[in-house]
Design a protein around this ligand. Structure first.
Ligand code: M6R
Length: 609
């Protein structure tokens, strides 16, 4: 879950690498470092903490070169410290590497190398790779990397430079994302697209097993046996300014406000409400294929798991297909019943989450039809799944996922409606109505965001509380889970999401007058039921923060704090009801002085198990 960047060309490589690392800081931010070759020597600078510490260090040492690799770290082996920060060099300081991933057999390799008299300076698994490359080095860096990787088990996105071959960077990929950026008289590498967008839009997404040699004028991609590989160059359309804060104090706030547009971008050109039709070009499943699907497993982690829980309602209610939802880390280890009539749909913003990727691979190995709902173009899941449906949210930088959640819901909503059309499980009138509901959502969110001052007031009132309960039912139960997750991860406040009907089976014991209860009670067929659950909570002294439909005046009279959202159909309501919860957690975190975009202990892409 670290970020890797490399550059070779006419610019000051250190500037390019540090700029790239800034765009990858979401991947890890406990320490960082850069390495260059200058005047025939390797120079390495590393710092603990945020990237600004590294920048200060670089400035003091006036580091400049035309070749550099850099790294921002999320610790796996060894605590965050300067010694454990990347880049790591071999003892003679002739080879230096940056690495994202895990060397699973590092203990064995380290002990063998120690027996050969090699000394280690860090507690990391990565350092063994530097030692191995040095061991195999005979004036050919590419060959030395190929040979070393034959001994390594695990995952890696690797950047390597050598003082004796200052005209090249070697990089390699196995189960961790790595992209090559193509320039004129310069080339780049990075863990993710945003790091390179200000320099180039032409990118190659390396595949597992790829090892590449970059010079200023050439890119050669081989496998471990030195067979040359051809890879497609993709032109990335993402807007560079999407990776900037654009005047917002935090990426998270900007991304919350972007949602009307990102939802629109996700459905635009794909839905025609007047005809009651959906056209999703990229999914090549025929009517016969869809009718043949017996059941759907929906798999994801964190926020993507929550959007999966919402999606279950779409498959069952629209497409009339049995759907189950699983946490990826559970699914992959519990022998699910899978066959060639099962569709396994993985949901992932990054398309790189290790557990979700493993779930996808398991499904493929069992002959299932696989579909990935991803945001990042060219990500591992989007390439490995049989079918991919992209959300068009643009880069999500804030560690707390917001626009990805609503984009995923919009994408799967239209997918299920498409299947409903093909299976004739909904009437034309129903299809038109559901599509119109989605069509109107962006305007409703825009209107809500304009008048969202009430959320700030509620945040002010409750920011000092140490525990929160979130309640929802049916399609809004996952929204309760999502609201609680948002609060936990950026405010470090304990919060639990529950199906409201379940509280009397235990959690109600927690409620007293110090426990705010956030209840999502928008108009739905079980509206009265959740209102009864709220009454039960109130009767035990709970202070209620109600998310209610605008037209619901009863709620205004009775509840302690109310945030109104525009009225909409209940199936699409999670897209709206989650917005105040995202904002609530945001404002609470800001009021508590928390690091909103880079909360402690977290990283944006969890590419390790
Ligand atoms: O990239 P993915 O959607 O696969 O990521 C899954 C989770 O790691 C992610 O949603 C995480 O829970 C977020 N920090 C939640 O805000």
């Amino acid at each position: 879950m670290c970020g890797v960047v490399g550059y070779i060309g006419g610019k000051n490589a250190v500037d390019v690498v540090v700029n790239g690392l800034k765009k990858l800081e979401y991947r890890g931010y406990d320490s960082s470092g850069v390495a260059v070759v200058k005047d025939g020597q390797l120079q390495i600078i590393r710092s603990v903490g945020k990237l600004k510490n590294l920048e200060e260090n670089i400035e003091k040492k006036h580091l400049k070169s035309n070749i550099s690799i850099g790294h921002t770290r999320w610790a796996t082996h060894g605590k965050p410290s300067e010694e454990n920060a990347h880049p790591h060099a071999d003892p003679t300081k002739s080879i230096v590497i940056v690495h994202n991933g895990i060397v699973e057999n590092y203990a064995e390799l380290k002990s063998d190398l120690e027996k050969e008299g090699k000394e280690f300076k860090s507690e990391t698994d990565t350092e063994v790779i530097a030692h191995l490359i040095k061991k195999h080095y005979k004036n050919n860096l590419l060959f030395a990397v190929q040979e070393s990787l034959k001994e390594i088990k695990g995952s890696y996105a690797l950047g390597v430079i050598c003082k004796d071959e200052p005209d090249k960077i070697i990089c390699a990929r196995q189960d961790a994302p790595l992209i090559i950026g193509i320039g004129k008289g310069e080339n780049f590498l990075a863990s993710d697209i945003p790091a390179l967008l200000s320099y180039t839009r032409d990118m190659i997404f390396l595949e597992n097993g790829d090892i590449a040699e970059l010079t200023t004028s050439r890119i050669i991609i081989t496998d471990i046996e030195n067979n040359v590989k051809k890879r497609e160059v993709k032109n990335i359309k993402w807007d560079y300014v999407q990776t900037e804060k654009k005047g917002y104090k935090h990426f998270m706030l900007k991304e919350i406000y972007e949602q009307p547009r990102t939802i629109e971008d996700t459905f635009m050109g794909r839905i025609y409400p007047d005809e009651g039709r959906v056209y999703i070009k990229k999914i090549k499943l025929s009517e016969k294929d869809i009718k043949n699907i017996s059941n759907v497993y929906i798999v994801g982690c964190g926020t993507s798991y929550h959007s999966g829980l919402v999606s279950k309602f779409f498959f069952e209610n629209f497409a009339k297909i049995h759907a189950e939802v699983d946490i990826a880390s559970e699914f992959r280890y519990r022998e699910p019943i899978l066959n060639d009539r099962t569709l396994v749909m993985v949901i992932s913003q990054s398309g790189e989450t290790a557990d979700t990727l493993a779930a996808l691979r398991l499904a493929k190995s069992k002959g299932c039809i696989t579909l990935a709902i991803c945001n990042v173009v060219g990500s591992s899941m989007s390439r490995e799944a049989d079918h991919v449906l992209y959300t068009h949210c643009g880069p999500e930088i804030g560690v707390a996922s917001t626009k990805a959640f609503t984009g995923q819901i919009a994408a799967i909503y239209i997918l299920a409606l498409d299947w409903a059309w093909r299976k004739k499980s909904l009437s034309k009138e129903e299809l038109k109505r559901y599509l119109k509901e989605l069509w109107e959502i962006p305007v409703k969110i825009r209107n809500f965001l304009k008048e969202s001052g009430s959320v700030r007031e509620v945040a002010k009132k409750f920011a000092h509380k140490r525990n929160f309960l979130y309640l929802g039912r049916n399609v809004n139960y996952p929204v309760a889970l999502e609201g609680a997750l948002k609060l936990k991860e950026i405010s470090y406040i304990h919060a639990e999401g529950y199906a409201a009907g379940e509280i009397k089976h235990g959690p109600i014991a927690l409620i007293d007058n110090d426990m705010p209860v956030v209840a999502i009670a928008v108009k739905s067929k079980i509206y009265e039921k959740i209102i009864s659950n709220i009454e039960e909570a109130k009767a035990r002294g709970g202070t209620i923060i109600l998310i209610a439909s605008e037209s619901d005046k009863i709620a205004l009279d009775n509840e302690d704090s109310v945030i109104y959202v525009p009225d909409c159909d209940e199936f699409i309501s999670p897209i709206l009801s989650v917005i105040p919860l995202q904002l609530l957690s945001y404002y609470v975190a800001v009021m508590l002085g928390c690091d909103v975009d880079q909360p402690r202990n977290l990283a944006k892409s969890v590419t390790v198990e």
